[in-house]
Write a protein that binds this ligand. Structure first.
Ligand code: CTP
Length: 212
C-alpha cells in the first residue's frame, strides 16, 4: 500500500532571519513512517524541518511553510491509499514577509497574521481523497470532545488524540499516551514509546483500510 504521512512543524517566515513555528519534534510522524516502511509499504513523508534522520526506504518530500506542505500534499495524495496527518501546521502566517531584516524601533511591534489553509481539512473536499484518512489532535483540555469535533469536521476515519498539557508525554518526549477516536468508539492505548505506538497505529490503520 502507499501511505502519505505529514510530520514535523511548519515555519512561517516573518523576515529573512525570523519565523513563527509550532512545538513539534516530528518524532511521532517519523515513527509512523519508519513502522510503515518496515512493513514493506511505500511511504511518502512530507515533512517540515526536524532534527531527525530520514528513515531508510521512504520517499522524502521536505517542506517549510504550511503553503509548501499544502502544495506537496495536493501533488502526492492522489497516489496514496492511506493519508496520515501528523504535522503540527501553523494555523496562521504573517500577512507580509519583510524583504529585509526588521529593525528594532518602538517598544511594541504588531504582526498581522492571516489564516493558513487547512491541509487535512482539504483532503476530502478539495483533493477528493477517498482513502483512509487519519488526523491528529493535540489538545490541552476536553480531549475527547475536541478530537470528535475534528474527526467530523475534517472527514477523518480516525483521529489520534493526546493531551499536550501533560509534561511526561507528547512534544519532545520519546513517549506518548494516546486515544484512538473513531466515529463510533474511543480506544485508549497505554503509555508507550513513540516507536512502539508507530507500529500499533500502522497495524490498526491498515486494518481500517482492509475493512473499507
Ligand atoms: N492540520 C492541517 N493543516 C492545518 C492545520 C491542521 O493539516 N492548517 C491537521 C494536523 O496535521 C492535524 C489536525 O489537522 O492532523 C489537527 O489540527 P488542529 O489545528 O488541531 O485542528 P483545528 O480543527 O484547526 O482546531 P483548533 O481550533 O484546535 O486549531
Amino acid at each position: 500500500m502507499t501511505i502519505l504521512i505529514t510530520a514535523g512543524p511548519t515555519r512561517e517566515a516573518i523576515d529573512p532571519v525570523r519565523y513563527l513555528t509550532n512545538r513539534s519534534s516530528g518524532k511521532m510522524g517519523y515513527a509512523l513512517a519508519d513502522a510503515a516502511a518496515q512493513k514493506g509499504h511505500r511511504v511518502i513523508l512530507v515533512s517540515g524541518p526536524t532534527e531527525i534522520d530520514v528513515p531508510d526506504g521512504i520517499d522524502f518530500i521536505p517542506t517549510e511553510s504550511a503553503a509548501d506542505m499544502y502544495q506537496a500534499v495536493e501533488y502526492w495524495i492522489g497516489k496514496a491509499d492511506i493519508a496520515i496527518f501528523a504535522a503540527a501546521v501553523a494555523d496562521y502566517r504573517p500577512a507580509l514577509i519583510a524583504e529585509q531584516k526588521i529593525k528594532k524601533s518602538g517598544d511594541t511591534l504588531t504582526l498581522e497574521l492571516v489564516r493558513n489553509p487547512d491541509i487535512l481539512g482539504s483532503a476530502r473536499s478539495t483533493f477528493e481523497f477517498n482513502g483512509v484518512l487519519v488526523g491528529f489532535a493535540a489538545e490541552t483540555e476536553d480531549v475527547e470532545e475536541n478530537a470528535l469535533g475534528k474527526l467530523e469536521r475534517k472527514g477523518c476515519d480516525l483521529v489520534v488524540a493526546n493531551d499536550v498539557s501533560r509534561k511526561d508525554i507528547g512534544f519532545d518526549s520519546n513517549e506518548n499516551e494516546i486515544l484512538l477516536v473513531y466515529p463510533d468508539r474511543i480506544v485508549p492505548l497505554e503509555k508507550a514509546t513513540k516507536e512502539h505506538l508507530g507500529h500499533l497505529l500502522i497495524e490498526r490503520i491498515i486494518r481500517l483500510k482492509n475493512a473499507s
